[in-house]
Design a protein around this ligand. Structure first.
Ligand SMILES: [Zn+2]
Length: 163
C-alpha cells in the first residue's frame, strides 16, 4: 500500500510522490485483464488553489484486455490525468451534480490509499467493449485451407500432374 499520511499537509507543502505498482497487485483491475503482466507508473503531487487543496494524479499503464471482435489480446495505452479536491474532515463532500467536471471530490482522510484511487481511475478508463482498430487474426473459417473448395481443386490438379 502507498499511503499519504496527511493529504491536506501534502498539498500544502506541494509534495510529490512517484512510484510504480505491478498490475497483479491491483486485484480488482487485474480481474478485468487477459493477463496480469506489466506495471502502472504514477505520480501524485499536491497543490493549493485559493482555499482548496488538490491532489494531481498522473497514471500511465498498458493493460491488456480482450478484443470483443477477435477475442485476442489488445494492449491499451492509458495516460490519465486526474485532479482530486481534498475535502477537509467535517466538511460535506459536494453532490455529483454540484461538482465541477474538472475534478473529483474526495474526503481528505488520514492515510489516504493512493493505489486504491489509481485503481479506481484505471477501472473507469477501461473501454466497455474494447476492439482492435483492425483485427489482424483471420477468422478460423478462412484459415482452414483444407476445407476450402480452392484447396480441393489444387489437390485434384496436383494429382493430375503426377499421373
Ligand atoms: Zn481484435
Amino acid at each position: 500500500m502507498t499511503l499519504i499520511a496527511d493529504p491536506l499537509e501534502f498539498a500544502q507543502r506541494g509534495e510529490r510522490l512517484q512510484g510504480s505498482v505491478e498490475l497483479k497487485a491491483l486485484s480488482r483491475l487485474a480481474d478485468e485483464l487477459v493477463d496480469r503482466e506489466g506495471s502502472v507508473k504514477f505520480e501524485v503531487f499536491g497543490v493549493v488553489v485559493g482555499d482548496d487543496h488538490f491532489l494531481e494524479v498522473s497514471i500511465e499503464a498498458q493493460p491488456r484486455v480482450q478484443c470483443q471482435r477477435c477475442l485476442q489480446s489488445l494492449a491499451l495505452d492509458l495516460a490519465l490525468q486526474v485532479r482530486f479536491l481534498l475535502v477537509p474532515p467535517g466538511e460535506v463532500i459536494p453532490d455529483d451534480e454540484l461538482e465541477e467536471d474538472s475534478f473529483d471530490a474526495i474526503a481528505a482522510e488520514r492515510n489516504l490509499d493512493v493505489l486504491a484511487l489509481i485503481e479506481d481511475e484505471l477501472l473507469l478508463a477501461l473501454p466497455i467493449s474494447p476492439r482492435h482498430e483492425v483485427c489482424d487474426t483471420p477468422q478460423p473459417r478462412e484459415r482452414d485451407d483444407s476445407a476450402s473448395p480452392f484447396a480441393a481443386l489444387a489437390s485434384l490438379r496436383g494429382a493430375g500432374k503426377k499421373s
